[in-house]
Design a protein around this ligand. Sequence first.
Ligand code: PLP
Length: 478
Amino acid sequence: MKKEELLRNLPSVDRLTGHEKCREMIAVYGRGRVVDTARKLIDEARSKILKEKTAPGDTVKSVTDVKNVTDVRNVTDVRSVTEWLAVMAQTMAKESVPSLKRVVNCSGVVVHTNLGRAAMADAASEAAALCARSAVNIEYDIKSGTRGDRDSIVESLVTELTGAQAATVVNNNAAAVLLALNTLSDGRETIVSRGELIEIGGSFRLPEIMSKSGCVLKEVGTTNRTSLEDYAESVNENTSLILRAHTSNYRIIGFTSQPGLDELSSMARSRGVPLMYDLGSGTLIDLRRFGLPHEPTVQETIEQGVDVVTISCDKLLGGPQAGIIAGSKETIDKIKKNHLKRALRCDKMTFAALETTLRLYLNPDEAVSKIPTLRHLSKTIDQIRPIARKAAAFFREYLGSDATVTVVDDVSRAGSGSLPQIDIPTVSVAIEHGRMGPNELASWFRNMDRPIIGRVEDDLFRLDMRCIDDVEDFGLTK
Ligand SMILES: *Cc1c(COP(=O)(O)O)cnc(C)c1O
């Protein structure tokens, strides 16, 4: 067909949008969007025809044997009006899928920052959804009918669970550190060990946060060794704080030393300087319960005399993105009065989810079984293997004879700076394919309607089954 003829065959926008079959589309998407889509598709088809070197007599692929919308849109064939309308409907349906969507975490990293960190308990997400839909008493004292305090929703739970005298909540742990430093050390010196001047993935750099908070960084010791004397000798009349930071995503091994937290806190107390600990992933449960290495709990830290502790709520705690600042009443009161806090506050959904999550910790066994992040992290390989076998059988059938699917021993990581560099034994499903290499396979799985995120290691594509509760999680039907 000649170019001119193809161009002549293009419908007008009016012809498409005025068609009776377009009425329903207009009701769903609105006239403006339907008109725009029709215009865009016609324009695309026109420029494609103009660009192509179609010689007379060329046969053009028929639209009917094309399966998906991207293929359809590449065809500059003569479409019937019904076909044009079908393409419009497909295009708009595809554009209406939210870009933030559920993915399946088979990455081997339990708390994966790029995958939204913690998976919350059902009760927590339900509480958040309920608050989102209605008015709530977020800052309203129901008894007196007067203004209330946001912090009061979770403060008593935090103090009960951690032994701290007081607590406040902000948007995340970076905000917690910023606010605490600004309150306690603006214009004055904060002492930090050189071994703890950390950068956490996603642009949290302690020295940068310190400078933004207005405090002056006073480095002490060396990268691998800092002694109690190093700290003590650096205290002067301009010192307002000693800061210890969990080194989260890296470990210093070999010839290393640092004073115990209890020693550091008694020295700080004797010099009249408050001690703050950026604990990062802050767990409320001793992970040794699950056969994992010890991570300092918030309770232990408070017990050892730290004045302020800051933690993330969406790491090991398994809650929403938020940061808790817990500590002595005197310090927390000062922090609450800082005007910067207003800029860092959390919304009602976060408070609802956080309160519900913390309530689960009143019975630690309940927390472990109901909070997915904790449940996944605490699984033994004996618990993971049966689901891996089930998943392997499923994928064998799903992928057909081109695929070789095996169950392999593997290692997971806690992620987000918790248990740095610790290999946690797990079981993965490894997949090899006759027509796709490992990276192609990884991409194929990522591009599913519900993306499945695996990883390639030793040239083998694998899906870690630690965070999978059931084959249904994949959202696939045979
Ligand atoms: C993760 C982490 C942070 C940052 O916390 P966010 O909740 O991501 O803002 C700060 N400090 C330490 C030690 C961390 O592990």
